[in-house]
Design a protein around this ligand. Structure first.
Ligand code: SF4
Ligand code: SF4
Length: 69
């Protein structure tokens, strides 16, 4: 399917909760506060995501997947 042209990017933020060890790094380091961590990291504000991949790079558990949609 052809990609829709938009003036903004939209990203899907997925955390595989079985992999998350609750280290809190993504909560601390995401520049736009996508994550909160009541127990495991949850992307509560995915609409903020700008696709920088910082969280993916720092998650030692490889629990986060960012996909441009
Ligand atoms: S950086 Fe990875 S392991 Fe750490 S809280 Fe975030 S998702 Fe979980
Ligand atoms: S890709 Fe960047 S903006 Fe998006 S959730 Fe991860 S750290 Fe935050």
């Amino acid at each position: 399917m052809a990609k829709v042209r938009r003036d903004y990017e939209v990203y899907l933020v997925y955390v595989e909760s079985e992999r998350c060890d609750s280290c809190g790094e993504c909560v601390k380091m995401c520049p736009v506060d996508v994550f909160e961590m009541p127990h495991k990291a949850i992307p509560v504000r995915p609409v903020n995501c700008m696709g920088c991949q910082t969280c993916v790079a720092l998650c030692k558990s490889k629990a986060i997947v960012i996909t441009e949609i």
